[in-house]
Design a protein around this ligand. Structure first.
Ligand code: CA
Ligand code: CA
Length: 583
């Protein structure tokens, strides 16, 4: 109660000083409860994607209608996976090909556009997408496909500072929205299919000066800069090759491509890491730390405080990047400081967010073949060795290992698309997919800037009627409370509100609103292209608004095999839609 009163006071103070103040750390920490703005990816640093607004609710939502739509234009549209941010009547939203737009939230008119001039040699694995900006002070900060961080003047869109985070020629790129914590802008990197070395880095948000760097493959040291001096901050990440054979840790992957969340309560950053490289697991016996893991990182130093590996010795491209979302619950009269994540590998995990201890894990998809289950004490998967793709060295010509059917496919029980947690229903809303793949291993060797997989694959649907399933999951029991299926795979994020509503979009173009308790569909509007972005809601002049970006694309059309053929009729686009109730 005391805590709430304090945050309300802080919120009141920040409103009073809002006119020219720019976004402060307090605005960011309070984002979830302050309806008049959306200043973080995830609608709060914990990324619960929950709004306390209820003017749009199960009774009124049927009257919700679009008030404006804004086109990103351009000949090249492609996937639009962005989440808009809103501050002082301006929307900041990113578009494909590393573009940023500032839009008047009342009229939908463009205020400015920033278009990063990308070099020809960029190597995005999974479409030319971007997932959104960060706001700090009077800056709009985002990551580019050539692996830079760019800070723009919020008023003009002019570049204030620009930093190279990594070498795009080696396969690095940035697609995630940066995260702001304690005055620092924190970013990860993409590139796990090119044998890069994943890392998390913190920069002074106002100046762009590097504060610390934390590689995510065991063996690489991290560093912090203090008073102009470079110091090691590795500690739990130092020993070279301990869980890797030979020199493979030097190109070990573990890309931090989805960015992270920040929990002020335990003062930790949570970042996930992608697959170990290459995909062919027979080349790298061992757990291959810190790949396919969740990492808790000290925001002041970059030190890894704890780690939880969801898929040790991954052999299926089960990136462990998916967001770790903090929530509290009561058990035996005590408050448990937990965090949950729904992994590519098909299991959902509930962890103790203070120390990374495993609390429970359970499948959130109908079928999992690669593991028989999870160790109830540690959460470590119990592998089914017959279902690991075979070693090419065991084949007659050494060129192709035994092919297996693996479920989920490497695009995951859940991929990047963020979950939401409702504080009212105490349920997680998980956008998931039911699909399988044939996967086999091949020989490979690392070469800078070249694909580094050592695997081949074909993704296939498992049902004629649907691939996508929005699931309401109870984190205390592991039970699915309700589901809503969708013909095409789901690829966009979810929003939960106090209006007992859950919003999300589909590749077929629909923005859907469901009753959060029952899953009953109560709203449906077609935006003209597939939705792979994440909806947000905010308040302006006493009215509740809702926005979502529409524009089909992302990894599915590029890598989806037979699923890609099933959805090849879907049209591309690039439009922000904004809705409200009539006056
Ligand atoms: Ca807010
Ligand atoms: Ca990957």
């Amino acid at each position: 109660m005391k805590k709430f009163a304090l945050s309300a006071l802080v919120a009141a103070m920040s409103v009073a000083g809002a006119a020219h103040a720019g976004v402060t750390d307090k605005d960011i920490l309070n984002d979830q409860m302050t309806a008049e703005d959306v200043v973080t990816n995830g609608m709060g640093p914990r990324a619960q994607r929950y709004s306390p607004m209820d003017k749009i609710n199960t009774k009124t939502v049927k009257d919700m209608r679009p008030v404006w739509a804004f086109s990103f234009g351009g000949e090249k549209q492609r996937g639009q996976e962005s989440q808009p941010l809103i501050k002082d009547g301006v929307m900041y939203v990113t578009a494909s090909y590393s573009r940023v737009f500032a839009i008047d939230t009342k009229t939908g008119e463009e205020l400015w556009e920033y278009n990063a001039r990308l070099p020809d040699g960029i190597m995005p694995c999974c479409d030319v997408i971007n997932r959104g900006v960060a706001l700090y002070d009077n800056l709009v900060i985002f990551g580019t496909l050539d692996a830079k961080l760019v800070a723009l003047d919020a008023k003009t869109g002019k570049v204030k500072w620009k930093k190279k985070v990594a070498d795009y020629k080696a396969g690095y790129s940035i697609t995630a929205a940066p995260l702001i914590a304690k005055g620092k802008v924190i970013t990860g990197v993409s590139g796990g299919e090119f044998g890069i070395v994943g890392k998390v880095e913190a920069y002074d948000a106002k100046t762009g000066k590097l504060a610390w760097t934390r590689p995510t493959v065991e063996g690489h040291m991290g560093y912090i800069w203090k008073d102009g001096k470079k110091m090691e901050n590795g500690i739990s990440g130092g020993e070279a090759g301990k869980t890797w054979p030979g020199d493979l840790w030097k190109s070990g992957g573990a890309a931090t491509w989805l960015g992270g969340t920040y929990d002020p309560d335990v003062d930790l950053l949570f970042f996930g890491t992608g697959n170990p490289a290459p995909w062919n697991s027979h080349l790298r016996p061992g757990d291959n730390l810190f790949s396919s893991s969740r990492l808790a990182i000290d925001p002041d130093t970059g030190k890894i405080v704890w780690h939880f590996q969801t898929t040790p010795h991954d052999g299926w491209d089960y990136d462990g990047v998916n967001e770790l979302v903090s929530f509290d619950y009561k058990a035996n009269g005590k408050t448990v400081k937990a965090a949950a994540t729904a992994d590519r590998n098909g299991f959902m995990y509930v962890l103790n967010r203070e120390n990374g201890d495993f609390i429970r894990g359970f499948p959130f998809v109908d079928k999992i073949t690669w593991a028989k289950g999870l160790d109830p004490k540690t959460g470590r998967p119990i592998y089914d060795d017959a279902n690991r793709p075979g070693n090419p060295a065991d084949s007659a010509d050494g060129k192709k290992g035994k092919s297996v059917v693996a479920i989920p496919s490497f695009l995951g029980g859940k991929n990047w698309m963020p979950i939401a947690y409702s504080q009212d229903t105490e349920l997680f809303y998980v956008p998931s997919n039911e699909w399988a793949m044939d996967i086999w291993n091949e020989p490979t060797a690392y070469k800078k800037g070249a694909a580094y997989l050592g695997a081949g694959f074909t993704i296939k649907p498992m049902n004629d009627e649907y691939i996508g399933v929005l699931r309401a999951m109870d984190p205390k029991t592991g039970k699915e409370v309700w589901r809503k299926t969708n013909y095409a795979p789901l690829w966009g994020g979810v929003l939960a509100t106090k209006g007992n509503l859950v919003f999300y979009g589909t590749p077929e173009g629909y923005l859907l609103g469901l009753n959060a308790k029952t899953g009953e569909e109560v709203y449906k509007f077609n935006t003209g292209s597939g939705i792979v972005g994440s909806p947000v809601t905010w308040e302006q002049d006493g009215e509740q608004f809702l926005s979502v970006v529409s524009g089909w694309g992302g990894a599915v059309p590029l890598w989806g095999g037979e699923v890609a053929k099933r959805v090849k009729h879907l049209n591309q686009g690039g439009t922000v839609w904004t809705f409200k109730l009539p006056k």
